[in-house]
Design a protein around this ligand. Sequence first.
Ligand code: AHR
Length: 286
Amino acid sequence: MTMNRRTLNTALAAAALGGLLPASVLAQKKLVLGFAQVGAESEWRTANTESIKSSAKEAGIELKFSDAQQKQENQIKAIRSYIAQKVDVIAFSPVVESGWETVLREAKAAKIPVVLTDRSVNTKDDSLYVTFMGSDFTEEGRKAGRWLVEKMKDQKGDVNIVELQGTVGSAPAIDRKKGFEEIIKADPKFKIIRSQTGDFTRAKGKEVMEAFLKAEGKKINVLYAHNDDMAIGAIQAIEEAGLKPAKDIVIISIDGVKGAFEAMIAGKLNVSVECSPLLGPSSCRP
Ligand code: AHR
């Protein structure tokens, strides 16, 4: 994990100093945290939820938890309900980057500090949240690109890549695409011939890969998936098409979840760039 590693209490202290929160809140015995989770779209997300829940419990924080099922309107509703319940802190992992200003202003007006975890927002007004804790998604995309460049260094002809993007408008989808392209653009032999969202899920990853295979067939040399779950779904599609994953098609993904390690051990996935979901301890450290 890179970026700001301030703990929740540090975030609270910063909020108190900034006049957002009465210092007396800091002395309270039990903090109430409202956490608006993205959903349960992937193995990574399940591990992230577990990390938040167990860390809050360990730290003696009362956790109010909601699952937005990958819908921004559900997250906004959850945040508004936390504001109405006057929680001490709101934390959330924004499903997409934009469209948060109004609700963040409402939280600020209610003097409730907001902590962003995992994914960030693209507001120009940094005073709308206290801190961000998460990974550098652009660097993850670059790592995936660097691995591919090295792997294909002796290949003379075109390298045809299909890309399974994460949720449209989400920080990891935008940044992982950007980082990967930044690296591969140095050599024109790398060509992204198809790119479509698989919404970070196995089912969509499989469905979109089936469509890629139907359209491009054996022309595909590489699959770049923005997360492991989509890669695992795509592996099924590749096998069903009678091809060998990780051999006929080189497969790169991101996360490093258990399912990805199992696929690598089985020789069906070439590489997964690590992205830690264990944000609970740094968010809830007493
Ligand atoms: O925001 C992190 C991403 O969201 C993970 O890479 C992906 O698996 C999850 O759904």
